[in-house]
Design a protein around this ligand. Structure first.
Ligand code: DX5
Ligand code: ZN
Length: 220
């Protein structure tokens, strides 16, 4: 029972020296959300950006800021991201010791909470949190880098989440992140995905509007 398609370009693949211009291009090109990858150099090997950049982005764009925290024990950062203007915050099930508390904290800050799950994390691990979150971010690559290849095995987990929401919580949204291209997006949509993160498939192309339109068309 999928919801309308939303395309969320990931600024990880943008030119950080011209971020406002890059973001304006995807906003004009029909993006629905702006995906912001926050990496701590511990939960994932890479290091990216923090709340100050999100605060600047919030001034530069009307797009809802969808912040993906690839951060070990992220609780100490939640308030900063809420204040900076994040509309959605996802935290990794693998990175949180007390996940319900973390999710409730995000909601109490007035931000929409999501849980992110690595490719190897099973449906049974994520099921206990599904009643508490607004969305599930299913990673279809191991987090840390843009431009990796889609891991097809996650489609079974997406189908299981989709079946669960049909029965228990139709409002739940399913997001996918990693290796989304015009080749892979159709199968993800069929499995039940609503929101599609795309880094290199948008910012790796010269014409961002055409790239977003091509993804939307391929999603079906
Ligand atoms: C990876 C990030 C992704 C990344 C996706 O750890 O969470 O959001 O930007 O990049 P692509 O779409 O190039 O796989
Ligand atoms: Zn991401």
């Amino acid at each position: 029972m999928p919801h309308p398609v939303a395309i969320a370009p990931s600024i990880l693949s943008a030119d950080f020296a011209h971020l406002a211009n890059e973001v304006a291009q995807v906003a004009q090109g029909g993006a629905d959300l702006l995906h912001v990858d926050v990496m701590d150099g511990r939960f994932v090997p890479n290091l990216t950006i923090g709340a100050p950049v999100v605060a600047s982005l919030a001034k530069a764009t009307q797009l809802p800021l969808d912040c993906h925290l690839m951060v070990h024990e992220p609780d100490h950062l939640l308030q900063d991201f809420a204040k900076a203007g994040a509309k959605r915050l996802s935290v990794h099930i693998e990175a949180c010791r007390h996940l319900h508390r973390t999710v409730q904290r995000i909601r109490s800050l007035g931000v929409s909470p999501g849980v992110a799950v690595n490719p190897h994390t099973s449906f049974s691990m994520v099921e206990p949190i599904l009643r508490e979150v607004d969305f599930v971010l299913v990673m279809s690559v191991n987090p840390g880098f843009g431009g990796q290849s889609f891991i097809t095995a996650v489609l079974d987990k997406i189908r299981a989440i989709d079946d669960w929401r049909c029965e228990h919580r139709p409002a739940l949204r399913i997001q996918i992140d990693g290796g989304i291209t015009t080749e892979t997006i159709g199968a993800a949509r069929k499995a039940g995905v609503d929101w599609f993160v795309a880094g290199s498939a948008v910012f790796g192309k010269q014409d961002r509007a055409a790239a977003i339109a091509a993804l939307r068309a391929a999603a079906g």
